[in-house]
Structures are given as C-alpha cells and as structure tokens.
Design a protein around this ligand. Structure first.
Ligand code: F6R
Length: 609
C-alpha cells in the first residue's frame, strides 16, 4: 500500500512530486524518496521517517530544476524501513530508476537469477528486482524493456520507470494495484491515487489491469501487453480533497471495509503455495522447534483478541495443537504456565498496545517462543518478539479495525497451516485443498461487497433499537463477539455477544418482543444447534437477523432478515461472515449520525495500560 507519484512536463518537478507525496500521507509511510532526471543523470534523494525528513534532504540539493521525476512513500512489506530500502530504486548503471507499489512474489528467484548474471543489489526489497530486470531487457526501448520485465514478474504491482536516456518519458505498468494518469497541458502525472495530483489536474485516465502507459509532456499512450494502443477516455473528477483521500468513499471505515479483498490477498501473497507449503519470511524460529511446540498461547486485546479466538479453531483443527487464549491485560497479571515448547502469539494491529507488549515480554522471559502478528513494520512488537508475521493490510485510519482484523485471521491461518505441515497433522493433499480455497476468498469477498445494499436496508429497520444480542456457536462465536464490538464502539448501542448454547443460562432474560438478535448461522457442523437457538429466540418474539450461507433458502422461514455470504469451508467462514456484521454496524452508526471514523473515547493505538 505504498504511494506513487510521477511527473513529466515543463515545470521544475521536485516540489510538485513532494507536494504529491504530502497528499499521499494518509496512506501511511515509513520512508520516502524522489528521483529526477537532471542533465542526463538520475538524481535520487531518500529519507527514513516522515516527509519532513525528506524535505530536509531535498533542501538545496541538486536537480531542483529537473522536469521529469518519480516520488514514493513506502509502507514496508519486504525489508525493514531504511534509506537503502526506501524507493526509488536504481539499476546497476544508475541510469534506470523505479518506484513500485505491491508485492513481487517471485522476487527471491529473480534476485538469485539476476545476481548470477552479475547484477548487484543495494536493498533488501522485492521492488529492486524490477530496476535490474528493466536493465537486463533494455536495448534502447524503455517501453519494450518494461513489457519484457512484466513477463518475468509474478505478483501484483503498479510501478513507474524512467531512464536517463529518455529524459521526457515515464513508463508505468499495473497488475491489480491502482495506477492513474493525471492529464495536464504540456505535462502529465502518474499516481497510485488521485489526491496526489488533484491540485494540478482533475482530468484522469485509469490504467487497467495488465496495461502499460507511456507518458510524455505531449501525450499519454495506453498499451496492452502486445504494445497495441488502447483507446481510453479521459474522465473529469469533481471530488474535493477530503473525498479524494478517501478514494471517493464517504468514510475511511467504509474504504477500509472495501479494501479487505486486497488486504487478504496481500497477506497471503507469496506465502502460501498451491501445494499448501507456507513460507513465513520473518518467523525466525527453526522448523524443528516449531514442530516440537505442544501449546500455543494467544495474547491480544479487543478486535485482535477476536482474531486470536478464530485462530484457536484452526490451530486445534489443522495443527492439532492445544491452544490457550488470554486478553493481554489479564495475562500480564497471572502466572501462566509456559515452557520452551509453548508458542506465544501476540496479535496487535499497531504493534504498540502496551498490555500486549508486556504480555509478550513476560512470555519471552518465561522461556516461551514469541511471534508477533502485526501490521506495522518496525513497531515495538516486532522488536520484542522472536519472529513476526506481518499482516499486509496497509494503513488503517478508521479507529474501528476492519481490514487489519481480516488480515490477522489470515495470518493465524497461515501459522496453523505451517504448523500442520511441520507436525504432519494434515495430509499434503488436504493442505493443498485449503490453500486453493484460501486463495479464492479475496474474489468471493469482492463479489460479496459489490452487492452489499441488503445490509443497509436491514440497518434501516433496526437502528433505533436500544440493545442488540449476538449469538453464535463454534467458529461463529468469535465472529459474533467482533460484530457486537463493532456495533457498540461506533454506534454506542449496548450489545452483548454470547455462545448461543449459553443463552438459556442467563441472557435469554434480556429478550422481549422485537429485540434484535444477530445470529451467525453459516453452514457447519453446529448449524442444526444454531437453528434450535434461533427457535428459542423466536419463541420470545424477538427479531432474528441471521448471517447464513448462500443457497440456504430454508433459513428465511425462521428469520426476519438474512444476510447471505458466499459458501466456504467452515474454517474459512469467518473471513466472510464477519463482513456483513462490520457493514451492519457501519450503516446503523451512520443512520444514528455517529462519526464512524473517530468514535468517542477511543484511540487507534493504546500505548498506556
Ligand atoms: C476495535 C479495535 C480495538 C483494537 C485493540 C487492540 O475496533 O480496533 O479493539 O483491536 O485496541 O489494538 P492493537 O491491535 O493495535 O493491539
């Protein structure tokens, strides 16, 4: 989820690129850089940290009169935040420069091949292979070199390249990551998001998947992979700057809910082979030690804890490993039984939650192995843990976690698959089948999100109710806990989430005619039991809103409203069933006039006990 801006025209471009990067700040960054073409040379400036650091580096530098250049804000996925890992990257000759957003899945293979052919690498990033590939394929034609390079790359990406031999040309290419051209007069821009050039032009050409674009001051040529010209209309956007930052969505939370397919695909990218083989690049614990683990202990807070609860089912089911879970603020004041054969997984989106950090440190002191699942490269959790599994959800701005939660579930599923293979608890063909299904979930989710209007209609019927009860069983229970947390934190409506089988032991007393009861009733081995619980709710004349599996028509006869999700195997179902609950909470909160991005009393990162 990095940010790209490129300019070619008649004006000095350093400040234009820098201002473009400022507009991409909302996407997050850990380092940033620019490269400009100046007097037949590529000049490059990079800095770690916020953009003020880059600005300091730029002051009084060379190349301030240059009128072609690239800029980049980095959100690290491969390689820690550092000046060497910041973009732009150069080839060996220093005459080709690139900026990239995305993930090159086969970068390790490409890097070995290119190193074998004599290319020298200066960074730890996957992106740098692109500048060397272009160098390898370049014979005077930059567009052709980019086209050939794309043929070598697996993954999803958007990138821009310049060559000192072509001072007025930028070549862009994309596969699955966004790339927009901003069309000006005697100048043009390319960016990963419209806000980067919105103050300069509102005329936009969207580059589609598998296309290249060659941009000069005079023109924009969109090409397919055979380099045949593609006709593309220019669209005029009328967003204000605020709407542009949200990519046209009304809130960051909504944008982030809709970014979940990408967050999931990115978290899986390059880590899960078709054969079910898992590669977790930063786990840092030898396979023999992982295979000998006899207990997993998950510590986390809030939404991250709910991801851990989902993890219990897959760790037990796939890896046949005993699992304990604790809320970090409780764990730290107990005396948990840990040993060198215990694997403690600390889950924290921010990687800075004080209680989770203390719990992880205590676990390490007791001799357990500690892994962090976090979205922030270089965060404290990554420094305290033995190993890390990064969720690659990109920056989450909405205080209520959505896309990071889904990515956390995927991360713990990857760990469970890895342990299952090392422990031999699942035959390879079953691991391969799970892998194939998991890779299909982002598309299912994209499809689901396209037809989300049903949730809004349901929200309209219930938003004035004073209390919501959530019920689920099995792997549907953590989904309910998460759905109930989302609703209470952004709409301020009191909620209770309960194991459906426990209802008759207390919470059923809360129900009266018309009380909304949200039930996760997706297909699975406890589905019939959930149906019995729905009947108990109906007997109290409460209203049932169910999350059910597509194709289950029968459930409509016992529920007031149904939110259907695509069919998956039971273990993967939370990746889909939590999404209607996020949307239900979202629409109810909006209908009540709440600020969903910044709910009262809450902070995105809780660095105090
Ligand atoms: C709820 C939410 C919080 C966080 C919790 C832990 O939407 O976001 O419950 O999950 O504060 O934060 P991290 O994951 O940063 O440790």
């Amino acid at each position: 989820m990095c940010g790209i801006i490129a300019y070619v025209g008649r004006r000095p471009c350093t400040d234009l690129l820098y201002q473009g990067l400022r507009k991409l700040e909302y996407r997050g960054y850990d380092s940033a850089g620019l490269s400009v073409l100046d007097n037949g040379e590529v000049r490059i400036v990079r800095a770690v940290g916020n953009l003020d650091n880059l600005e300091r580096e730029l002051k009084g530098g060379d190349g301030n009169g240059a009128s072609t250049g690239l800029g980049h804000t980095r959100w690290a996925t491969h390689g820690r935040p550092s000046t060497e890992n910041a973009h732009p990257h150069l080839d060996c000759s220093g005459r080709i420069s690139i900026v990239l957003n995305g993930i090159i899945e086969n970068y390790a293979v490409l890097r070995d091949e290119l190193s074998g052919e004599g290319h020298g690498f200066r960074s730890e990033t996957d992106a740098e292979v692109v500048s060397h590939l272009i160098e390898k394929h370049y014979d005077g034609d930059l567009v052709e070199a980019v086209r050939r390079s794309i043929g070598d790359i697996e993954g999803h990406f958007a990138f821009c390249a310049v060559h000192a031999d072509h001072p007025q040309l930028i070549v862009g290419a994309r596969k699955e990551c966004p790339l927009m051209v901003g069309v000006g007069k005697d100048e043009n821009f390319i960016a990963s998001a419209i806000p980067a050039f919105l103050s300069e032009t509102r005329d936009v050409i969207a580059i589609e998947d598998g296309e290249l674009v060659a941009v000069t001051p005079e023109g924009v040529e969109v090409l397919d992979l055979e380099l045949r010209p593609v006709e593309r209309d220019v669209t005029r956007v009328n967003w204000d700057a605020d709407a542009a930052e949200k990519g046209g969505y009304e809130t960051f939370m909504r944008k982030e809910i809709f970014e979940q397919p990408a967050a999931l695909a990115d978290t899986l990218a390059g880590r899960l082979g078709g054969d079910g083989m898992v590669t977790l690049e930063d786990i840092n614990i030898p396979d023999e030690e992982l295979a000998a683990i006899d207990k997993v202990y998950v510590v986390a807070c809030g939404t991250s804890y709910h991801a851990g609860l989902v993890g219990r089912y897959v760790l037990e089911g796939w890896a046949r490993t005993a699992v304990e879970l604790d809320i970090a603020s409780e764990f730290r004041y107990r005396d948990p039984v840990l040993s060198p054969r215990t694997l403690v997984i600390g889950i924290s989106q921010s990687g800075e939650t004080a209680d989770t950090l203390v719990a992880m440190r205590q676990a390490k002191k007791s001799g357990a192995k500690v892994i962090a699942i976090t979205n922030i490269m270089g965060s404290q959790a990554t420094r305290d843990a033995d190993g890390v599994v990064y969720t690659r959800a990109g920056l989450e701005i909405g205080v209520a976690a959505t896309k990071t939660h889904l990515a956390q579930i995927a991360a713990i599923q990857l760990i469970a698959l890895h342990l299952a293979r090392l422990k031999g608890t699942k035959p390879p063909e079953e691991l391969a089948a799970i892998s194939a299904e998991l890779h299909g979930v982002p598309d299912l989710l994209t499809d689901y999100l396209r037809r989300e209007t049903a949730t809004r209609e349901i929200a309209k019927r219930y938003f004035e109710k004073p209390f919501f009860l959530y019920l689920g069983r099995g792997i549907g229970l953590p989904v309910c806990l998460e759905g109930a947390l989302k609703l209470k934190e952004i709409s301020y409506i009191p909620t209770e989430a309960y194991a459906a089988g426990e209802m008759k032991h207390g919470p059923i007393a809360l129900l009266e005619k018309g009380s909304p009861v949200v039930v996760v009733a997706t297909d699975g081995h406890v589905y019939d039991k959930v149906v019995s619980n729905i009947e108990e709710v109906r007997a109290r004349e409460a209203s049932v809103i169910a999350v059910a599996t597509e194709g289950n028509e029968q459930i409509q006869s016992i529920c007031d409203d149904v939110m259907y999700v695509p069919r998956t195997s039971e273990m993967l179902s939370p990746l889909l069933s939590v999404v209607p609950l996020q949307l239900l909470a979202y629409h109810i909160a909006l209908l009540k006039g709440c600020n969903v991005d910044q709910p009262r009393n809450l902070a995105k990162t809780v660095t105090v006990e």
